[in-house]
Design a protein. Structure first.
Length: 256
């Protein structure tokens, strides 16, 4: 995916994205980080066609994403939003099955490939034993895995995750990030996610995009771009960067 000179604003007065250009490496995990209001989720939304840029283009497989028909695009890219809603009495399997909608024709029932995709998605997210439970009966981490499973059932090569660890405690945060890593390493999915935690972004990313005030400040491999000076410039806090064999590179806050 190529992002070419994207600018975007809601009111045509203040640009939330300012002539952004970048590319998403295939088969890698790319994480977008930056302070609140910097444009992280807005960029992801434009890349997933939920918003149309005022200027510029997003190109996927040598084609502007606005030129894809909705079902055609839904077979190429799936997204898990920051906040999701479903009826409390809906079962896990029923919700995951909605991921197969792009493949269905009018009045067509479930095909064998639909059942296979649903089973694969449930297995990947370790939800086989939860398939008949209602959404209301699940923990926050389990619910997040259900939404990821629904996106996996779309069988797309690209998966977007908008702040997938928000509202989760540390156990479920790590569980979700380990799932992301598993999906990438095992199935070669190209994954783009928005995160707030810098240490988690460093640990679970092949590529990072660091944003501030609607522009990209730097991008590249975490170990290549993350410095104490960059973090101070982006977040306004003093940190010490350390590294060891067990944890790799990580950040320790010092103060403001």
């Amino acid at each position: 995916m190529e992002i070419k000179s994207i600018s975007f604003s809601y009111d045509k007065k203040i640009d939330l994205l300012k002539s952004i250009s970048t590319s998403i490496p295939q088969g890698k995990i790319t994480t977008i980080i930056g302070p609140n209001g910097c444009g992280k989720s807005t960029l992801l939304s434009v890349m997933s066609r939920n918003h149309v840029p005022r200027d510029g283009h997003v190109v996927l497989d040598e084609k502007d994403i606005v030129e894809y028909k909705p079902k055609e695009f839904a077979k190429k890219l799936s997204i898990v939003h920051q906040q999701n809603e479903a009826p409390d009495d809906m079962t896990v399997e029923k919700l995951v099955a909605f991921g197969r909608i792009p493949y269905k024709k009018l009045l067509q029932g479930a095909a064998d490939e639909d059942e296979e995709a649903i089973e694969w998605a449930l297995t990947c997210t370790n939800l086989q034993d939860k398939r008949n439970k209602s959404i209301a009966a699940l923990s926050g981490g389990e619910r997040q895995r259900v939404w990821i499973a629904m996106s996996l059932a779309q069988k797309t090569p690209i998966l977007f995750l908008d702040e997938p660890t928000t509202f989760l405690d540390i156990y479920y945060q790590i569980e979700i990030l380990e799932l992301v890593l598993y999906l990438n390493k095992t199935y070669g999915l190209t994954i783009v996610m928005v995160l707030h935690d810098i240490n988690q972004a460093i640990r679970y990313s092949d590529n990072m995009i660091v944003m501030k005030n609607g522009i990209i400040m730097c991008e590249g491999k975490p170990n290549d771009i993350m410095t104490e000076e960059i973090i101070k410039d982006i977040y306004g806090v003093d940190v010490a960067l350390k590294s060891d064999e067990l944890s790799g590179l990580y950040m320790v806050p010092i103060g403001i």
